[in-house]
Design a protein around this ligand. Structure first.
Ligand code: GLN
Length: 273
């Protein structure tokens, strides 16, 4: 069977299961063939070997049961960086790139010190390191598996970030930062969003927080002042309906110049103070 016919059947199969059936099928096939996506358009009439078809079928059927494409191919691009991913952390999302943009827009010293709390794959810290090699970047995660994954990504990309195991600020005593950035868990326990799509295959510890999803945000903001340099900034991702609540938390703990920024879809996605 030709590549174009195999793909057409795969699109039909994933329709209704995924929001992006064509992209998913193409990414899975490219992963299997170890080719860039342009290959599929250049050689639509190339026949697939029987073994390739069987392996593709196996991947499709896992995708059909909901497994995220990123888990099936072991990789997700963030800020144009190819990051290894696995089920021990959140899969990086394009929404989070808006926090990276915001941090890059801040007026900062050349050797600014920045920490990414709950770094997971290392996405935020590595994106910042790729743009600002002179910043002194730190990243922490509570889970040993995440620390290992973030270090693996750092080393594969040849970037410089100090990555340590730490429950939020616990291992950072004595350090002061110009920016504290985090994409913490912020989903409410009973949010129906948790039973649909990729989140079903991601660790709840990276997704769900107590107190209407705000418990970790409160912890980071409340303790942030002990770890900030004068004039420093805390910036946190949150749900698109949490902007006002998070701004109130910043204000309650005495932060100034509190505000909210939007993601690519124009929805509230992060707040800062
Ligand atoms: N934005 C993600 C989602 O809604 C959740 C990320 C997070 O909890 N930090 O799927």
């Amino acid at each position: 069977m030709r590549i174009d016919a195999v793909l057409a059947a795969a699109y039909d199969r994933l329709e209704g299961v995924s929001d992006t059936p064509q992209l998913d099928a193409q990414l899975l096939l490219c992963h299997l063939l170890q080719k860039p996506r342009s290959f599929l358009y250049t050689w639509p009439d190339k026949p697939l070997a029987e073994a390739e078809r069987r392996q593709f079928e196996a991947l499709l059927s896992r995708r059909h049961s909901g497994e995220p494409v990123a888990h099936l191919i072991g990789e997700r691009e963030f800020w144009s960086l190819p990051l290894a991913v696995n089920p021990s952390t959140l899969i990086p999302r394009p929404d989070t790139e808006s926090l990276v943009e915001y941090v890059l827009s801040l007026p900062m010293a050349e050797d600014a010190r920045v920490v990414d709390l709950g770094t997971g794959t290392g996405a935020i810290a590595l994106a910042l390191a790729s743009e600002r090699p002179k910043w002194r970047l730190h990243a922490v995660d509570r889970m040993a598996e995440a620390v290992a994954l973030a270090r693996r990504n750092r080393d594969a990309l040849g970037l410089t970030v100090e990555i340590e195991q730490s429950d939020w600020y616990d291992a950072l005593q004595g350090l002061r930062f110009d920016v504290i950035v985090s994409n913490p868990p912020y989903i409410e326990q009973d949010d129906p969003h948790l039973s649909r799509g990729d989140v079903r295959f991601e660790p709840l510890s990276a997704l769900v927080a107590a107190e209407d999803g705000l418990a970790d945000i409160i912890h980071i903001v409340e303790n942030g002042r002990l770890f900030l340099n004068d004039g420093g900034t805390v910036i946190l991702e949150h749900g698109y309906r949490q902007g006002q609540a998070v701004r109130e938390i910043f204000t309650r703990f005495g932060y100034q110049e509190v505000g909210t920024g939007q993601d690519l879809a124009g929805r509230d996605r992060y707040s800062f103070g």
